[in-house]
Design a protein around this ligand. Structure first.
Ligand code: SF4
Length: 215
């Protein structure tokens, strides 16, 4: 079942009714894109310092059925789909689909299987190139078995150096910054397709009310 926009979102719709003219969704999307761009820059530095990299065309991490994400990190994707006129179609397809990310396409040729790579979520960017703190307050890399085994030497070196002289994006820090943009949409973790569906629902509902009020 598609996750519906939470109750508190009606407050934003009420602002539309009261004549507020700025585009709240575009504004949120701009902030998320800017945070994603900052994260991408930190990831590039980390990749260059560590030498760690995904295998070309892999995409195996996207096949995990229990990937969780926030609706906010998929708001840029939802807005792009809305502007392309396919938001409702995507939402229906998510409703009837399985638990693998709807954006993933095994058959895509070339590099990677993500069909909306520039609009992918924050979790997609963080995985493989970020760290969390363990119970000893040491940073440990969030990565996959393939990288650990294929790039053992680089992985071991990076694992040691992120606790001394190597910068690495902190997953918790970036999620805290996402929550700071919008606590409701950025503070709830859902299975990835439900997060995308909710982002679509928010975008479609917002513009539905906006257009109706402006008609
Ligand atoms: S959005 Fe793209 S990168 Fe993220 S899980 Fe889905 S297919 Fe993978």
């Amino acid at each position: 079942m598609v996750q519906k926009a939470p109750e508190w979102l009606t407050l934003q719709f009420m602002e539309i009714k009261s004549g507020q003219t700025d585009d709240r969704i575009q504004n949120l999307v701009n902030q998320v894109r800017s945070l994603h761009a900052e994260l991408d820059a930190e990831i590039r530095s980390f990749q260059s310092a560590s030498g760690l990299h995904c295998l070309a065309g892999c995409g195996k991490c996207c096949l995990k059925p229990d990937i969780e994400a926030t609706p906010l990190e998929f708001l840029p994707l939802a807005l792009s789909l809305y502007h392309e006129g396919v938001a409702a179609e995507w939402q229906k397809s998510i409703e009837s689909g399985d638990s693998i990310c709807k954006v993933y396409n095994e058959g895509q040729s070339g590099q990677g299987k993500c069909t909306r790579y520039p609009d992918r979520g924050m979790i997609c960017r963080l995985f493989g190139y970020s760290a969390r703190k363990n119970k000893y307050s040491e940073k440990e890399l969030i990565t996959c078995q393939i990288i650990k085994e294929d790039q053992r030497e680089a992985f071991d070196e990076a694992s040691a150096r992120i606790n001394s002289d190597m910068e690495v994006p902190g997953a918790a820090d970036f999620y805290a910054r996402l929550r700071a943009i919008d606590a409701g949409l950025g503070g709830v973790q859902l299975p990835v397709n439900r997060a995308i569906a909710m982002a679509l629902d928010v975008v479609m509902s917002y513009y539905f009310y906006k257009e109706r009020e402006q008609a």
